[in-house]
Design a protein around this ligand. Structure first.
Ligand code: CMP
Length: 139
């Protein structure tokens, strides 16, 4: 099944100039980038994006981190793109991520974990439309 998913390359990774290396891992996994831009979220935008986690103890810290620097948001498309990208990313906690995954290779800790990916088709739809208009979906 061909799916779309939303990817965010987080501020810890853009700060270390890792966008190219991470996008290379994504493309080598067979995922196609069909939309992409670099943005710097406001606090309000980060809090709105992660609203589903608003009751979690890490919410304030996570959203401060996500607006601390630029991020690269992209739409990835491919066969089972949602689970496929989650495999490429590795576990949320880099200590538990498999070797060769983005998070095992680059993440600093469970919060500064370099990348985000949608976790279901419903979430992917909401997250993609949060960042991209119809006009920006070229691919
Ligand atoms: P992400 O996949 O973007 O989804 C929610 C984010 O919250 C997660 O990646 C981490 O950046 C962060 N996160 C998840 N669990 C924790 C935690 N226990 N402590 C701090 N941050 C967390």
């Amino acid at each position: 099944m061909i799916q779309k998913t939303l990817s965010i390359i987080k501020p810890d990774a853009t700060e270390r100039n890792l966008q190219g290396a991470i996008l290379k891992m994504i493309q080598e996994a067979g995922l196609k980038i069909t939309a992409m831009k670099m943005i710097h979220m406001t606090r309000t935008q980060a809090r709105s994006f992660y609203a589903v986690h608003s009751d979690k103890p890490f919410f304030d810290s996570l959203t401060e981190f996500m607006c601390s620097g630029p991020v690269v948001v992209s739409v990835l498309e491919g066969e089972n793109a949602i689970s496929s990208y989650r495999q490429v990313m590795g576990a949320t906690n880099p200590d538990k991520a498999d070797p060769g995954t983005i998070r095992k290779t680059y993440a600093l800790d469970i919060e500064r974990n370099s990348v985000h990916g949608s976790d279901s088709p419903e979430t992917a739809e909401v997250e993609i439309s949060y960042f991209f208009s119809q006009l920006e979906m070229a691919g």
